[in-house]
Design a protein around this ligand. Structure first.
Ligand SMILES: NC(=O)c1ccc[n+]([C@@H]2O[C@H](COP(=O)([O-])OP(=O)(O)OC[C@H]3O[C@@H](n4cnc5c(N)ncnc54)[C@H](OP(=O)(O)O)[C@@H]3O)[C@@H](O)[C@H]2O)c1
Length: 293
């Protein structure tokens, strides 16, 4: 923990007093230097993508928020992040939160839900009546993808650890397959869209379950053999970008109760390092760890 000058909102920006910041696997990868070629970090850098809190000051010309607004936000990967007491954000990255959403839920929502939204809507072109398989259904993004898939009217199956089977079913999955028990998700067929949030061997094993013309959308950048041509399917990386339209869509869906943000545990901000260790050890599931300043 270190003292830094409180940021000052420039024209069109607001100052947010942070009540909750979420911890993502990407934060840990970035901090460990694993993404330096794509997202170069220069130190000192405050980590953290997501957060929620209250607007406490306005820059000039702000017409999208007032002091006191409860907001959630997405921060850039490599500038000032959300593991802090304050942050400056702009109109494109701040969303007013529905009343029913707590700060914990607001922080847990944004990155996980927008990733799921972009993967399903933009990359996967998911539609009602389709068959969807989510690898990593008990993770933060997987949990959102299950809920979103159900909302769209898709049939949804998911893979997870056996201890998380009931959780995954409670999110709306029609079927859950435990990877530790080798339950046979690979006997599925005619799947329209596989969302691969795990990678490794799961990626290659997923081709045969797709229908011809189906889509294998992935978020994990591990090396893989692209077998699209052999199986007559498309393999596409889900591109995660800062997209105000996605922010607005997921906040609206959370306000309607369609998306429930999942919080796995809450730690004080001073224990951010412990949160990263839990994630790196694969010991976090069922949503986001939230840090409270
Ligand atoms: N490239 C990008 O732009 C981008 C963007 C966002 C996220 N990502 C990546 O996407 C991944 C998922 O993100 P997240 O935030 O959802 O992570 P998360 O909350 O940590 O969830 C990961 C889940 O993977 C599950 N899992 C592990 N091994 C599995 C297996 N063999 N079969 C099925 N499930 C398995 C775990 O389930 P159990 O707990 O049940 O074991 C865990 O809950 C991360 O690696 C993240 O870095 C990439």
């Amino acid at each position: 923990m270190a003292e830094r000058p409180r940021p000052v909102p420039g024209p069109g920006e607001v100052l947010v007093e942070i009540a909750a910041a979420s911890v993502t696997p990407g934060d840990a990868k970035l901090r460990a230097g694993l993404l330096q070629t794509i997202f170069p970090v220069s130190l000192p850098c405050i980590p953290g993508r997501d957060g929620a809190g209250r607007v406490v000051a306005l820059g000039t010309g702000v017409d999208y928020a007032v002091v006191g607004d409860r907001v959630c936000f997405v921060a850039e990967r490599t500038v000032q992040g959300s593991y802090a007491t304050h942050i400056v954000r702009d109109a494109h990255s701040v969303m007013r939160m529905p009343e029913k959403l707590s700060f914990l839920e607001g922080a847990a929502l944004m990155h996980a839900a927008t990733c799921a939204w972009m993967a399903l809507m933009d990359t996967g072109k998911a539609q009602a009546g389709q068959r969807l398989l989510v690898h990593g259904g008990s993770g933060a993004i997987g949990g959102m993808a299950i809920q979103l898939g159900r909302h769209l009217g898709a049939w949804v199956a998911a893979t997870c650890h056996s201890r998380n089977r009931d959780y995954v079913l409670s999110l709306g999955a029609h079927e859950a397959f435990a990877y530790d028990l080798n339950e046979g998700w690979d006997r599925l067929s005619e799947i329209d869209l596989v969302l691969d949030l795990v990678g490794g061997s799961l990626h290659e094993r997923s081709y045969p379950v797709l229908r011809p013309g189906g889509i294998l959308a992935w978020l994990i950048a591990s090396p893989f053999r692209d077998l699209s041509e052999q199986y007559g399917v498309r393999t596409v990386q889900a591109h995660i970008v800062d997209k105000p339209e996605a922010n607005a869509a997921v906040v609206a869906l959370a306000g309607q109760g369609v998306l429930r943000a999942q919080v796995s545990r809450v730690l004080p901000l001073s224990r951010a390092a412990e949160a990263h260790r839990l994630i790196e050890a694969g010991q976090n599931s069922r949503g986001r760890i939230i840090l409270e300043p």
